[in-house]
Design a protein around this ligand. Sequence first.
Ligand code: BG6
Length: 473
Amino acid sequence: MTFPKGFLWGGAIAANQAEGAYLEDGKGLTTVDLLPTGSKRWDIMFGKLPSFQPIEGEFYPSHDAIDFYHLYKEDIALFAEMGFKSLRVSVSWARIFPKGDDKVPNEAGLKFYDNLFDELLKHNIEPVVTIAHFDVPVHLVEHYGSWRNRKLVGFFETYATTLFKRYKDKVKYWMTFNEINMLLHLPFVGAGLVFEEDDDKNQIKYQAAHHQLVASALAVKACHEISPDAKIGCMLAAGMTYPYTCNPDDVFDAMEKDRESFFFIDVQSRGAYPGYAKRFLKDHNLTIEMEAEDEELLRKHTVDYIGFSYYASRATSTDPKVNNMTSSNVFGSIENPYLDKSEWGWTIDPKGFRITANQLYDRYQKPLFVVENGLGALDQLTDDGEVHDDYRIDYMKRHITEMSEAIDDGVEIIGYTSWGPIDIVSASSGEMNKRYGYIYVDKDNEGKGTLSRSKKDSFEWYKKVIESNGEVL
Ligand code: BG6
């Protein structure tokens, strides 16, 4: 195992899945606060929103989540006990600008993140901060149409700039948009997009994507100016697509599926719309409205590193008879007969992790940061309060092994923050029972439980991994 010295081992969470306290200390409503559990959740995630307010009788898991807002010190102490070198968190936009278009930021919100970052630094844990992780202030959705509107670029720039100025002495690793390519698959989650019946969804999605890409470039610019020693990256929901057969049609289809995602990172990292994207837009009669300075902004302000999540690979076929679909990290995929699946149908493919890392490094030649990876599973608590999660240890072990192989292949990887080191609300299903943590949280899908924290078997295991810098798996 050849993990570099100073490798940033740690974990990753997001504000909306962990903090709770959804209206406390002046926070405004965000898009995630309108996502209930159950089947309606999916309709909304695809862009069909029934109301700009929570509806009585529905259960909204983000409202209280695991109460990280109040319990963060206790949780960080546990992360420190595991030896974390980094913790990836996100800032909730609506804690800082409750409506999104406010003239002045909310001091109580800013103070919360000051305290959070101070607590991390006290334990020598590097904060890795995502500026937008699947949340948009609801006011911006209701009054501006969210990212379909160019005005969001300015609001985001103000928000990001406020963060860089305030936290420049505390935060050295930033990311602009979490899984920016998710916008095409779950448009409400990725960009707060809500559609009318006769909307041209693709047109709106790609226009919103352009706005996020310009906003991301402006954030990179501001970060480099305000905090020159900080690094700022993009964040891709990665996982390569395999052709189901060696039929060139399947191979081409797989390449195109990957390009749907690479499009975003090609712009953020190489600084321009690639030729294949221009052709795609033309072939689909999509016209992106750009301002005169956009192309130059994109070209000049590219990211410093490539952050990515990896849970699963995907497979695709052009043969209509091959239609055994599964959902790998919510990307539709053909089932791969060579691979197992998680209890939620996500393909388990450690070798795909190595391939994906190689592919990204070959393409961008910039440091990679693995900012999400892990297994969502149904954990059973024994009578004496233990969780024997050997399946999770096995998943992590196999993935970390492949990551080290990628490093030996010459891929520069600066850190690994596994997803949900403490159980949090699932982004896709809203369940608590889809657990990723080394730390168990006593809370169920209906919101019942004491919120007490306890260590799973994987806790001691991950601690040893970090202690040995990946030597002992
Ligand atoms: C990623 C997201 O897509 O996957 C996280 O960035 C999310 O927010 C994670 O939680 C795992 O997905 P899920 O649906 O199992 O929580």
